[in-house]
Design a protein around this ligand. Structure first.
Ligand code: SF4
Length: 197
C-alpha cells in the first residue's frame, strides 16, 4: 500500500486516492489502475466530474471497484466543497471522507503531509506486532494505539514501510518463514502454529 502511495508522494490528492484504491488489492494492480485514473483525472475537479461508470472502467480490476469508484468520486466532490480542493491535514477531517479509515488517513498524513506523529497499521503491522509481543491486541485500531505507547517516536512514520515488506516476504500471514528471519532467536512467535520452509 505504501509503495503505491509513495509513488505519488508529491501530490496529496494522488496519495489519498491511490491509497483508497489499494485496499485488498495487489500493489501492481493498484499502481496500474491509479495511473490510468490520474491520466484522465489528475485533479479533484476532473475526478468529481466523471461518471461512476467511467471511473469503474478506469480502475477495474481493483477489488470492490464499484464501491471504490463511488467513494473516490464523492471524496473528490467533498474536497472541493469543504476543503477548496485540498486534502485535509487532520485525522478528524480525513475520517469524514467516504471510504477513508484510520489506515488510509494515517498513511496520507505520513506520506502526503509528512507527519511524524502517526503510525499506519495495516494487517501486516497488526499481525507482526502481536507475534513479536510488542502488543496484545485484537484489531488494527487497538494495535495503533498500543504501538504509540511502546515504539520510540522516531520510528512511527517508518513502521508501516518496514513491517509490510517484512510481512510480504518473511513474516507471512499463514506460513511465516521463521528459519530465514533475522530475529528468529529473539522472537517469541506468539500465536504462530505453523511455519513455512
Ligand atoms: S521469527 Fe517468525 S514469527 Fe517471529 S518475526 Fe520472524 S518470521 Fe515472524
Amino acid at each position: 500500500m505504501e509503495k503505491i502511495a509513495d509513488g505519488h508522494a508529491a501530490d496529496p490528492f494522488r496519495v489519498l486516492i491511490g491509497t483508497m484504491l489499494s485496499a485488498q488489492t495487489k500493489d501492481a494492480v493498484t499502481l496500474a489502475a491509479s495511473t490510468r485514473l490520474f491520466e484522465v483525472a489528475p485533479t479533484p475537479k476532473v475526478l468529481a466530474g466523471l461518471t461512476a461508470r467511467r471511473i469503474e472502467r478506469l480502475i477495474y480490476p481493483v477489488s470492490f471497484y464499484r464501491h471504490k469508484a463511488k467513494h473516490v468520486k464523492t471524496t473528490s466532490r467533498l474536497l472541493l466543497s469543504r476543503h477548496a480542493g485540498a486534502v485535509p491535514t487532520t485525522m478528524a477531517e480525513l475520517l469524514e471522507l467516504p471510504g477513508v479509515g484510520r489506515k488510509t488517513a494515517n498513511l496520507v498524513l505520513i506520506l502526503a503531509h509528512r507527519s511524524l506523529s502517526n503510525i499506519c497499521v495495516d494487517t501486516h503491522v497488526h499481525r507482526i506486532s502481536n507475534r513479536l509481543g510488542w502488543v496484545r491486541t485484537k484489531t488494527p485500531d487497538q494495535t495503533e494505539q498500543a504501538l504509540y505507547e511502546v515504539v520510540p517516536r522516531r520510528w512511527w512514520p517508518d513502521i508501516n514501510r518496514f513491517l509490510v515488506t517484512w510481512g510480504q516476504n518473511v513474516c507471512k500471514p499463514v506460513y511465516p518463514v521463521c528459519r530465514r528471519c533475522a530475529i528468529e532467536d529473539a522472537c517469541p512467535r506468539i500465536g504462530v502454529t505453523r511455519v513455512g520452509k
